[in-house]
Design a protein around this ligand. Structure first.
Ligand SMILES: Cc1ncc(C[n+]2csc(CCOP(=O)(O)OP(=O)(O)O)c2C)c(N)n1
Ligand SMILES: [Mg+2]
Length: 430
């Protein structure tokens, strides 16, 4: 990311406006302002989706150049061989876990639906991998891979979908509404799209009050970013210089609505200009690009320089959830993105381009991942269903169940004089 370090840009929590020189042409008096949106991609797809009428039927068609060659993976500025292989392994785990979930669903073992991040594994895994242990994150439905990176087991997610007693919510939730604020610094997903953004901004503010600038990573879809709360949450992080790292999962669809019918700007990263924060575009199917942009945003956050928006361009390769066959998606669009499968591309990079993995090592790694997922599946299937009586627990507060202690120290606040100061509102009411 071509972000120039701002001089004296240490966070100020009073919301004082700072001019982000990286995003203007430096000449505030010019009648023409210029803003930079760094774009890490090595290709710039040129097609669009339109709604057309065929007889009585409305359907979508894609027009443009869909036969372009698949670009190479962009070498990471930061990742070494070991780290690349580790991310690749998480992506494999992510994919195999979701295949196992699909099979569990088809065997009638899942309570409710199943969500997939097919085609988005690089985005979920490489972004979570860019966090330090002390940073915070909040996944959305497509980020089951991020959970694996942050230390959850595949059986946790599987048991969750099967509402098993051994699941993180002990069978009380059928999808991914669980967090871990003690060990893994994970805030539970919130279904209301966008609501995680102010929550995560609040986590960053809370940490700052305790004397720490942490990065807080969360995700929002191309559809979800239209919500009002998205604006409020990003704006709050922006004016407070909070370390929000927002990944916009620009995956062409929101349910059955193509992105062409959701926003008029060319790229969602442009919206960062309006918030006054850096925006950057990456190819969401290239793990190295996702990692580099996220890592740079995380480091800005640690330096107290504020929020970053990263638009990851990719494709939701399945329907919204398992019930949705995505028949509304034009097939050529699937074909285009299938050739850009993030795992196949990374595998090619590691085995054929860098030769960091031999064919045998790659086959062994895949076999190891398959073995792990099979064992995790066994654990999940063998976990009992919760007892009826257990439904009574965990609803109301039990002794100490909500003891939320400051994580980094006592908030650094000035001690009051103890005296009562008449507020402006009280004066007004008189
Ligand atoms: C505020 C709000 N409105 C509507 C919904 C219903 N809803 C859930 S997911 C979804 C589509 C989301 O699309 P997008 O944000 O692009 O994410 P994707 O599914 O593509 O990952 C909708 C409309 C919701 N959960 N919250
Ligand atoms: Mg979407």
């Amino acid at each position: 990311m071509a972000i120039k370090k701002k001089s004296g840009s240490k966070a100020s929590s009073n919301g004082n406006r700072t001019v982000n020189k990286a995003h203007t042409n430096g000449n505030r008096n010019s009648s023409l302002r210029q803003y930079e949106i760094p774009d890490y991609r090595l290709e710039h797809p040129n097609f669009s989706v339109h709604q057309v009428r065929k007889g009585d039927e409305m359907r979508y068609e894609v027009t443009g150049d869909l036969d372009t060659p698949v670009p190479p993976i962009r070498d990471s500025k930061y990742l070494d061989k070991k780290q690349c292989i580790e991310i690749y392994r998480y992506m494999l785990l992510n994919r195999r876990m979701e295949t196992a979930l699909e099979n569990l669903y088809k065997q009638g073992k899942v309570v409710g639906g199943v969500y997939f991040g097919l085609g988005q594994e690089a985005c979920s895994c490489a972004s979570a991998y860019a966090l330090d242990k002390d940073d915070w994150f909040a996944p959305m439905i497509r980020n089951q891979g991020s959970l694996l990176v942050r230390g959850f087991r595949a059986s946790d997610t599987m048991m969750q979908y099967m509402a098993k007693a051994g699941s993180p919510t002990k069978g009380r939730d059928g999808t991914s509404h669980f967090g871990d604020i003690e060990k893994r610094n994970m805030v539970s997903p919130i279904s209301m799209l966008g609501d995680l953004i102010p929550v995560m901004s609040g986590v960053a503010l809370g940490a700052r009050l305790q004397g720490r600038d942490v990065a807080v990573l969360t995700y929002i879809g191309d559809g979800g970013q239209s919500t009002g709360v998205t604006y409020e949450g990003i704006n709050f992080a922006a004016v407070q210089n909070l370390g929000l790292v927002l990944i916009v999962e620009s995956n062409e669809w929101a349910y059955s609505t193509p992105s062409e019918m959701q926003f008029k700007c060319t790229d969602l990263a442009e919206r960062a200009i309006g918030y006054g924060i850096p925006g950057v575009i990456v190819d969401g199917t290239d793990a190295c690009q996702v990692y580099d942009a996220t890592r740079e945003a995380v480091e800005r956050a640690h330096r107290g320089e504020g929020a970053t928006m990263i638009e990851a361009k990719m494709m939701r390769m399945k329907g919204h959830a398992i019930h949705d066959a995505a028949t509304y998606v034009p097939k050529p669009l699937f074909d285009f993105w299938k050739r850009r499968d993030p795992i196949a591309r990374f595998e090619n990079y590691l085995v054929r381009e860098t030769k960091w993995l031999s064919a045998k090592e790659n086959a062994d790694l895949i076999a190891e991942v398959e073995k792990i997922i099979e064992a995790e599946r066994e654990i999940a299937v063998n976990s009992p269903m919760p007892t009826p009586e257990s439904a009574l627990g965990g609803v109301y507060c039990e002794d100490g169940c909500h003891a939320i202690k400051p994580k980094y120290g006592m908030p650094k606040v000035r001690k009051g004089s103890g005296g009562f100061k008449e507020t402006e509102a009280a004066v007004h009411l008189k």
